[in-house]
Design a binder for this molecule. Structure first.
Ligand code: CA
Length: 236
């Protein structure tokens, strides 16, 4: 469960932006701890429990990609909202693929940021509940541990990103039911636009490489033409 007053680690070196964000997040009822660079963020993070990280990418000492990677090692499911001045699509895709949960380009609207934060905390609560009900899942020669994100597929051992784990959790929860891309976007990403639709497909391609014996002929994560996907643990 999310604590009654979720605690956010805000990592941002632009002081005026940080002060404004902290003020508005606290007005929404969140507790906020502020770090002004990557080094400070990594020093603070292990000292107390957080519910979410708001992480700028361009930071002194360590950049946001590095900080996100380190935080993922300590806390595989920690929701991370990345902030950046960059607008290039590749950066966005890179951010999501290294495990950022969501991504905002500066300048952004405050209301939009607050909505993303709410959505991320909601998804965190859903994932935690679902994980408590079913901490691990096996299908075919595969198994997934939803707490550590560690998986095995035959003899292979690997780790999912939080988003990959959420996609699998969602598909498994809806086993034998069609899940549309839109549904995945709304429930796992909480965002929608062209690039994100492609992101879903990229995730599915990667998940098939992990879990399908022949990713080109999937038996567990099948496509439903022009609609979405359907998961089956024991294909006919
Ligand atoms: Ca910055």
């Amino acid at each position: 469960m999310t604590t009654p007053q979720p605690k956010i680690l805000l990592v941002e070196d632009e002081e005026s932006l940080a002060i404004g964000l902290q003020f508005n997040l606290e007005a929404e009822g969140y507790r906020v701890v502020y770090a002004r660079d990557g080094k400070e963020a990594l020093a603070i993070f292990p000292t107390q429990p957080f519910d979410l990280i708001i992480l700028d990418i361009m930071l002194p000492f360590y950049n946001g990609y590095y900080v996100a990677k380190e935080i993922r090692e300590l806390s595989p499911q920690m929701p991370i909202l990345m902030l950046t001045a960059r607008t290039k699509v590749e950066d966005k895709v890179r951010g999501l693929e290294i495990g950022a949960d969501d991504y905002m380009t500066k300048p952004f609207h405050l209301e939009e940021l607050l909505a993303r934060v709410r959505g991320m905390l909601r998804r965190k609560t859903w994932y935690r509940k679902s994980m408590d009900a079913q901490p691990s899942f096996s299908f075919g020669a595969n198994s997934i541990n939803f707490a550590t994100l560690e998986c095995s597929a035959g003899k292979n051992r690997f780790k999912l990103t939080p988003h990959e784990a959420m996609v699998m959790k969602y598909l498994i929860e809806k086993e034998d039911h069609i899940v549309s891309r839109k549904e995945l976007l709304e429930n796992v990403w909480n965002i929608s636009s062209d690039i994100e639709t492609r992101t879903v497909d990229n995730f599915i391609v990667r998940l098939r490489k992990y879990f399908e014996i022949n990713p080109k002929k999937p038996v567990h994560i099948k496509s439903v033409r022009s609609v979405g996907y359907i998961f089956s643990s024991s294909p006919a």
